[in-house]
Design a protein around this ligand. Structure first.
Ligand code: TRP
Length: 424
């Protein structure tokens, strides 16, 4: 934060990265011993079989851990059990969730904002996670939701034509709609479509651009001198939906409705930047709730890639493909032979089938039993895989059924700028 106006460019970058440290007890964040884990919007990798060290990441990013106190407070205020993705630490980090809960307690409004970069027609199970959780948040807190489809971002970063990217946004919108968002409470927009029609959104973009220097985006995102200027200014586009004034049709021109952003932790750099500029624009900082990454079938070292069909289960996969992929590619934490497995037991920390069950098997007791029996060696990997295949086939099959009914017209109706079912 350059409020004092005297910092050199170097200092600004440093301060920006540590932006939230005022609410952290530990001031001396040791950045250097985390060099093995790479986590940024374009790259996620770890050299450990267990994947990214998320506790270290919380320190490095200066966010807060989701602890039992926060979960208990959510349960108390909403009168229902926390979502299993919260209970199991998959949503593990946050910024200012207590502030959002304070608002909810006082019956004051807030809204949700999330998004997706439409890089391919087929979404995979990992893409589903933030949206499933967002749906739960929306239903639990009964708040408006805006979903940004960054077709412009994908156009800038990938080898895609602009029209193609826009088409992918429409196709992805259909998958997102099929998850079951309430049309009266949800606005989905593609950047190529919406921004040109919204002077208010554009103005927030430019205000953001004025407040962030080239040095700062270099520091936060690693941009270099030969990156096109589209990339360099893109963060302002992802920042703008965090401000209610970007959606005058929804918020009746109110500038002060606070925002909560559920996202995977790799998107945090965008919102560290947003939180830094917000007060200088006269806005509130968005709150955040972050998830871990959904592991690739091959193991937790990497995030899945939509361009490698064997790294993941896609929402378009057939039952047979699901079965084959899980059996063939899901990394096993079991012993090399049945004898060894029975003697030493399986390792749930690295077993991808077990990891996937933690995301999708809702029954806590059953999951605990599986963990116990697999770790002791009683259950073999084949059993875990069979259980997982059935669960995935059901989720994907049901999704495909709902997706069929989402026509272009249905998608356009979610994407039309309009008032939602809330009064401001
Ligand atoms: N940049 C994100 C991606 O590539 C898309 C996105 C835009 C997003 N706005 C967001 C994700 C807000 C989470 C929250 O997937």
């Amino acid at each position: 934060m350059s409020e004092n106006g005297t910092g050199t460019a170097e200092n600004e970058i440093e301060n920006m990265n540590l932006e939230d440290n005022h609410d952290k007890p530990s001031e001396n964040v040791d950045v250097d011993n985390n060099l093995d884990d790479v986590v940024n919007p374009w790259n996620v990798s770890s050299s450990s079989a267990k994947g990214v060290d998320y506790d270290k990441l919380i320190k490095r990013f200066g966010s807060s851990k989701i602890d039992d106190v926060l979960i208990a407070r959510i349960e108390k205020l909403t009168g229902k059990p926390a979502h299993h993705l919260l209970r199991r630490g998959i949503f593990f980090s946050h910024r200012e969730m207590h502030h959002i809960l304070d608002l909810y307690e006082k019956k004051k409004p807030f809204y949700l904002y999330t998004g997706r970069g439409p890089s391919s027609t087929a979404m995979h199970m990992g893409h589903l996670i933030p949206f499933l959780f967002t749906k739960w948040l929306q239903e639990t807190f009964d708040v408006p939701l805006v979903i940004q489809l960054t077709d412009d971002e994908k156009y800038l970063w990938k080898d895609l034509q602009a029209e193609e990217a826009k088409q992918l946004a429409l196709e992805n919108a259909k998958d997102i709609i099929a998850i079951g968002f309430d049309i009266n409470k949800t606005f989905i927009f593609s950047d190529f479509n919406y921004i040109g029609q919204s002077p208010a959104f554009y103005m927030n973009m430019v205000k953001t651009q004025k407040l962030v220097t080239f040095n700062q985006v270099k520091g936060i995102f690693g941009f270099g001198d030969s990156d096109c200027i589209g990339k360099i200014s893109f963060p302002a586009i992802q920042a703008s939906p965090s401000f209610s004034s970007s959606f005058p049709q929804i918020f009746n021109n109110r500038k002060d409705v606070p925002c909560l952003i559920p996202c995977a932790i790799d998107q945090d750099p965008y919102f560290r930047m947003t939180r830094d500029v917000a007060p200088r624009m006269g806005y509130q900082k968005p709150a955040l709730i972050h998830s871990t990454f959904f592991p690739a079938l091959q193991g937790a070292q990497t995030k899945m890639s939509a361009s490698d069909p064997n790294s993941s289960i896609f929402l378009t996969d057939t039952n047979k493909q699901i079965k084959t992929k899980v059996n063939k590619y899901a990394f096993s934490g079991g012993g090399d032979t049945v004898e060894e497995h029975k003697e030493k037991g399986g390792n749930c920390d690295v077993d991808v089938s077990y990891q996937y069950l933690t995301f999708f098997l809702e029954d806590d007791d059953r999951l605990a039993q599986i963990k116990k029996d697999y770790s002791s060696g009683e259950l073999l990997t084949g059993y875990l895989k069979k259980e997982l295949v059935e669960i995935l086939q059901k989720i994907v099959g049901d999704h495909q059924q709902r997706r069929k009914n989402v026509t272009d017209e249905v998608a356009y109706s979610y994407m039309k700028p309009r008032k939602l079912d809330f009064n401001y």
